[in-house]
Design a protein around this ligand. Sequence first.
Ligand SMILES: *[C@@H]1O[C@H](CO)[C@@H](O)[C@H](O)[C@H]1NC(C)=O
Ligand SMILES: *[C@@H]1O[C@H](CO)[C@@H](O)[C@H](O)[C@H]1NC(C)=O
Ligand SMILES: *[C@@H]1O[C@H](CO)[C@@H](O)[C@H](O)[C@H]1NC(C)=O
Ligand SMILES: *[C@@H]1O[C@H](CO)[C@@H](O)[C@H](O)[C@H]1NC(C)=O
Ligand SMILES: *[C@@H]1O[C@H](CO)[C@@H](O)[C@H](O)[C@H]1NC(C)=O
Length: 683
Amino acid sequence: MLRLWTSLMLLLLLGAAAAATAATTATTRGCQPSCGGVDIPYPFGIGAGCFRKGFEIECINVGPVLAGTSLRVLKLSLDPDESQVMLPIGWECYNASDPSDTYENWDYGETTMNNDGVYRISNTHNMLVVVGCNTLGFALSKPTKGSNYKYAYQTGCVSFCNNSASAQDGLCDGVGCCHVNIPPGLTDYYFNFHEYDHSAMMDYSPCDYAFLVDRNNYTFQRSDLKMNTNQIMPVWLDWAIRVNDSISEDILSCKQAAKTGQYACASAHSDCVNSTNGPGYNCKCSKGYEGNAYVDDGCINIDECADPAKYPCYGVCKDTQGWYGCECPAGYRSHDPRTEPCTQQFALAAQISIGAIGGILVLAFLAFFFVLRKEKQKARDFYRKNGGLTLEKARTIKIYTRDNLKPILKSSNLIGKGGFGEVYKGVVDGATVAVKKPNGRSVLEKEQFPNEVIILSQVSHKNIVRLLGCCLEVDNPMLVYEFISKGSLEDNLYRADNEELLDLDVRLSILEESAQGLAYMHSQIHNKILHGDVKPANILLDENFSPKIADFGISRLLAKGKYHTGNVIGDMSYMDPVYLQSGRLTDKSDVYSFGVVILELISRKSATDSENNSLVRSFLECQQKGESMTELFDKEIATTGDLGFLNKLAEIALECLNLDADQRPSMTNVAGRLLTLHRSRNP
Ligand SMILES: *[C@@H]1O[C@H](CO)[C@@H](O)[C@H](O)[C@H]1NC(C)=O
Ligand SMILES: *[C@@H]1O[C@H](CO)[C@@H](O)[C@H](O)[C@H]1NC(C)=O
Ligand SMILES: *[C@@H]1O[C@H](CO)[C@@H](O)[C@H](O)[C@H]1NC(C)=O
Ligand SMILES: *[C@@H]1O[C@H](CO)[C@@H](O)[C@H](O)[C@H]1NC(C)=O
Ligand SMILES: *[C@@H]1O[C@H](CO)[C@@H](O)[C@H](O)[C@H]1NC(C)=O
């Protein structure tokens, strides 16, 4: 059953298609394409088989007319779907013998052009004009079938003239002439007038007139009050395919029409649009196509490239079905070649690159310049803050710029690292130096710094490491010392290989000379210079194992800011307990630390390694118990002959370690006694 239906439908469709093809073939071939200079496109046509029902045109001697009428056709257009025709005017003229009546002297301009319902009077292009003095004119649609009302539309206007001079040329606003808009949907119509007595105006206004006319094509002239009754006026008609449904008799819209065999949009690439004036539909070629949508293959692809004014392309234009391609030639580019000219791609790329690189360079330069300026400013600020001006005046110490020391401050030159900071070895001004770079945590007494540095730079003692200069252009000033070749006593004493084991004599001379250095510093007349962190790590040895005390006063400088809080800086293992308690550094604190150094040298046991000061405690315990200290001495030097000697050294050390700082000997005393001991051994 289903299959039967399908076959039937197919047959019907094929039949319809065949019929349509037959019709269109007839319209495209052997049909008169124009008449009197007016194009006649299908569905309009002249002669059998050349037009769609309702669209017949007759070509007579005056030109084309709507078939069956004498209405001249001025124009037939598919898109927009309009035609322009000449329509007669409606009029009535009064009888001079009886001006109150028109008798048979009239023509209501009735049109019957629309038997098939194709046309509607265009409400957008036309207006109704009534001309006359003392008249009411109006247009009426013809009676509508099946309606309760006789007319679907009635519209009109009143014109009056006070006297013969009232009406003005160019004015159609109620004096001698009036006009109104008309409603959409108006089809066949006629005019009518209300009759008034014209007796007083027969000489200048014997007739009334009414007509539809192109809005842009009529201007009232007073002479029109006596216009020719044969006058015809140009009027625009909207036309559409208005086919009714055989059952409901409703006129079909696009959707409905597309399902019927009489669908008018025959061409491929065509679209159906509902009529804008009245029911029905029209056919248009789709976008990108032009031609006649009512004819098979009537819609032809537009060669957009041939019309650059309408379809611009700055690149290479390539027509496609329904549209066109537009691309820049190879090597060129444009954001949108339809609207923007193509420019050379390389040029653009180059421009962008050059622009970008240029911009980056400028930015980089600015940044560099800015950073440089800021760095310089910073350096100046630090220099001032660190007392550069004071030091400059003193002229006792070399002031290095940051750039002087920069080559030295690299990791390959790093020779030491500690609580103070980092130590680098390098050459500056032809001298081998050690540069001490404090780490950020160091607290320098900024106000005191320049004065202390001046004092330290003036110190010249063979057992004190010489401070050569400093660099102030950084937050924490860097200090430049003479370089001491063999490194610290700590390193030498605890060498893993016993190759260069320090013998007792060397140790003794180290102790004695160190003590002299310390004593010298403590005895400075104007300023007693304290070390604050005496320990083997701070005693350096030159190539002759002669000791040179490093970091004099620096630990104290660093710690000064912390004195009052009771905090102390330095190595706890060597720290004077009194200083730890009071927070007040004295020369006796250095004496205590030196005592620890003596014990370390005779025992070769690191104070740092011993827990709870066990090194000091074990010696103290032995002393208190009156026991022999022999066990505590370094086996390498504790030969039988030297035991007494070592005991004497221990004795001095223990005096230095007295918990009552006042009971401790002075550094000068210690130095003197060590010298005596040294001499007694090597007379
Ligand atoms: C005008 O009216 C007169 C008298 O009523 C009549 O005889 C005459 O035929 C009319 N003229 C026209 C043109 O109707
Ligand atoms: C109307 O006509 C009368 C007589 O011709 C004249 O006196 C009067 O001024 C006119 N009025 C206007 C407003 O034109
Ligand atoms: C009105 O239309 C006619 C016929 O197309 C034309 O000859 C005439 O110039 C037009 N008049 C105006 C005022 O547009
Ligand atoms: C509908 O069409 C039929 C013939 O197809 C015609 O007889 C009838 O009058 C039409 N009705 C209307 C309202 O146009
Ligand atoms: C065309 O008209 C029909 C009937 O009035 C309506 O259903 C349809 O939506 C309309 N189509 C468009 C595109 O306006």
